[in-house]
Design a protein around this ligand. Structure first.
Ligand SMILES: C[S@@+](CC[C@H](N)C(=O)[O-])C[C@H]1O[C@@H](n2cnc3c(N)ncnc32)[C@H](O)[C@@H]1O
Length: 384
């Protein structure tokens, strides 16, 4: 059994814990910003391939107590790094700290790097070189008040990079945040889905992959493939099983629209790169002028977030109109609006049935759920 930690966007820890449980993880502990779990190395392989929510999967390779930089140096240097990866690979060290007594994170990062490289030099005569842009091996250190924990990153590029080429427009959502929002919406591939402000198409692509049973990591490589002890046969088996998964719905009803042709162009390029050219109808339309593509379904939207004062005023005038459209045209639907604008529920004129705090990077946001009552139900309520 090995111990792992998978960081994720804050607010999605419980969703990630559920995903990891389905993948066979044990001793699951949700923390702020990620989830710890235990399992065989094969569970980490599967989490890299299948998790839509994790940003990375970190493998715990050591830990210890410390008071000074030198304590950390000694603890890192004591680990048998040459047994973990080859000294010809390039490395990068990342340090995160919570209430650490050390003065400089830059300095301790350097000392950890030295401790690893010194170990290689004395034991093998070869030392890894540093590549901060595209390292082959990433070492993460987490410093608390008196404890340090060392991890090897089994993912490499963060997992929200799904592998297909992505062109990004205005404020695109990270794929794992979009996937988390879809999960929280309760959308399933048998339901129609509409993103009326689709931008570069992040929600659409995540939903199409889910409906077609395509693992999020199917088109990319992972750092664990370069580590010593990599079980190529086991990995091939996990990938083959993923490819053999049946599609939950090969003909899902997924729709996107956006006010701007430029955004739609991006969405088209991204859908095609993900292998979904023409799999979702895309339409240039103002959200204020659209109709529901069905009697019921799930609407997800990530409206623009106004930073400047003028934009704030424009949005204050825009939200009530969006509320009217939802009331008049989307009876029978559930709508999920993801925004950092806490004024939204008041201005939209609908009371949210749920509000989930979520972070987009450091930005505190909310996912608001609005259940649009169907015309018939509204009548029944009035009559009742
Ligand atoms: C924050 S971005 C959405 C980003 C998207 N979720 C993604 O991941 O790429 C907001 C989008 O709303 C679109 N938009 C702004 N006003 C709109 C309107 N009135 N009707 C439809 N779309 C609109 C913008 O063109 C932009 O693409």
């Amino acid at each position: 059994m090995q111990r792992f930690f998978a960081p994720c966007p804050r607010g999605l820890e419980a969703v990630l814990a559920g995903e990891l449980a389905e993948l066979g993880a044990a001793d699951i502990v949700a923390a702020e910003g990620g989830v710890g779990f235990s399992g065989a190395m094969s569970v980490a392989y599967a989490a890299n391939l299948h998790s839509r929510i994790a940003s990375r999967v970190l493998w715990q390779v050591g830990s210890g107590h410390y008071r000074s930089e030198e304590d950390v140096y000694r603890g890192v240097n004591a680990l048998d790094w040459p047994q973990l990866f080859d000294g010809t690979l390039t490395i990068r060290v990342n340090v995160a700290a919570v209430r650490s007594p050390l003065n400089s994170l830059d300095f301790i990062t350097l000392r950890i790097k030295d401790a690893v490289c010194d170990k290689f030099r004395t034991q093998t005569g070869v030392r890894p070189s540093v590549d901060t842009a595209q390292p082959e091996v990433r070492i993460h250190a987490f410093l608390e008040t008196e404890r340090f924990t060392l991890y090897l990153d089994t993912s490499g590029e963060p997992l929200f990079k799904r592998g297909a080429r992505q062109m990004t427009g205005e404020a695109p959502l990270r794929e794992n945040l979009a996937a988390g929002i879809l999960k929280l919406s309760g959308w399933t591939p048998d339901l129609p889905l509409l993103d009326p402000m689709c931008g570069s198409g992040t929600f659409l692509i995540e939903a199409l992959q889910i409906a077609h049973g395509i693992a999020p990591g199917a088109k990319r490589d992972f750092a664990f493939e370069k580590l010593r002890g990599f079980d190529a046969t086991g990995w091939d088996r996990i990938k083959a099983q993923a490819e053999a998964q049946p599609a939950p719905n090969p003909t899902p009803a997924i729709f996107g629209s956006d006010l701007y042709g430029e955004s739609l162009k991006l969405a088209r390029v991204n859908l095609a790169a993900a292998g979904f050219a023409d799999a979702a109808p895309l339409k240039q339309a103002n959200i204020l002028e659209i109709s529901a593509p069905g009697a019921q379904g799930v609407l997800v939207a990530n409206p623009p977030y106004g930073v400047r004062l003028g934009e704030q005023d424009e949005l204050a005038a825009f939200y009530p109109q969006v509320g009217d459209v939802l009331k008049k045209k989307f009876a029978g639907w559930r709508a999920y609006v993801f925004t950092a604008d806490m004024r939204l529920p008041k201005l939209i004129g609908l009371s949210p049935s749920k509000r989930t705090p979520l972070y987009n990077g450091a930005l505190e946001c909310r996912l608001y759920e609005f259940k649009m009552v169907s015309g018939a139900m509204r009548r029944e309520k009035r009559e009742g």
